[in-house]
Design a protein around this ligand. Structure first.
Ligand SMILES: Nc1ncnc2c1ncn2[C@@H]1O[C@H](COP(=O)(O)OP(=O)(O)OP(=O)(O)O)[C@@H](O)[C@H]1O
Ligand SMILES: [Mg+2]
Length: 248
């Protein structure tokens, strides 16, 4: 059974690396995200924006940054092209949590042994959350000065609107217990009303919009760097003139 959790985790990893934000873009956003993720409360973050606005790239870049400082508790990137993996969402999060907090591993294994249907798609997210995550985390003492993140991208790609709302409600209320580690949830999705309505806690909403000064600056950076890369790979054609440099 541990194997099926592991295999879903490796399938998720095989779909990586996702696209990352180019260096020197989204500068103001990183500042905001780091400030919230450093807080010692449970403030969650909702990055909302229309298709193609860059939600996944931001989620993946911040997940990699949190991983470097051992503060990434878990991450999951939903994809409608791999919708079958969505059924293993909670078990995959539990598996990753057990890698970060090894003392919960035995309790997770016990839960799976006692209920052999626990990992099946027939089990509700709610039951899986209780048995695989919340109960195993409860008895453990955590450093309250450490704050972690669980990053969930494209929450609205694989489920019906009712399921999405139930999942958001479940996630935002499950990590509130005083004995649990400080975990910030960071969700991304399109700006859907039912997702907003389902959130059970105060949430830091970050709308991703296009057409503002910051986005125009990022597009300029992107073009300068991309064109300069072409120049560097075609020295025969463009000669050895000085690098263009970024003029943001
Ligand atoms: N800061 C950035 N630097 C470089 N490339 C970026 C940046 N932001 C977005 N992109 C590029 O824009 C494209 C769309 O980004 P992404 O897939 O992250 O958007 P999305 O909001 O998740 O889209 P969807 O809603 O369709 O899932 C990708 O090719 C990505 O590489
Ligand atoms: Mg996306």
């Amino acid at each position: 059974m541990e194997e099926s959790m592991k295999s879903c985790q490796s399938q998720c990893e095989m779909r990586q690396p996702h696209s990352r934000c180019m260096e020197n873009t989204r500068v103001a956003l990183w500042e905001t995200l780091r400030q919230v993720l450093d807080r010692h409360d449970r403030m969650n973050i909702w990055l909302k924006g229309l298709a193609g606005v860059g939600k996944m790239s931001i989620a993946f870049t911040i997940a990699e940054e949190m991983k470097l400082t051992q503060r990434l508790a878990a991450s999951f990137f939903f994809s409608c092209q791999h919708a079958q993996h969505a059924t293993m969402f909670i078990p995959t999060i539990a598996y990753q949590l057990a890698l970060v907090f090894p003392s919960i591993k035995d309790a997770i294994m016990k839960a799976i042994t006692e209920d052999e249907l626990l990992l099946s798609s027939g089990k509700s997210h709610c039951d899986q959350m209780q048995e695989l995550i919340i109960k195993p985390l409860h008895p453990v003492q955590f450093h309250k000065e450490m704050s972690y993140a669980i990053i969930i991208d494209a929450l609205d790609e694989c489920f019906s609107t009712e399921e999405e709302a139930r999942l958001v409600k479940l996630l935002t209320e499950s990590f509130l217990g005083p004995d649990l580690p400080n975990i910030h949830l960071l969700f991304t999705s399109r700006p859907q009303l039912h997702i907003h309505a389902a959130m059970q806690t105060d949430i830091h909403e970050i709308p991703l919009i296009t057409g503002n000064d910051a986005t125009l600056r990022d597009v300029r950076v992107f073009l300068w760097v991309s064109l300069d890369n072409i120049r560097k790979t075609r020295l025969d054609h463009f000669g050895r003139r000085q690098c263009l440099g970024i003029r943001a």
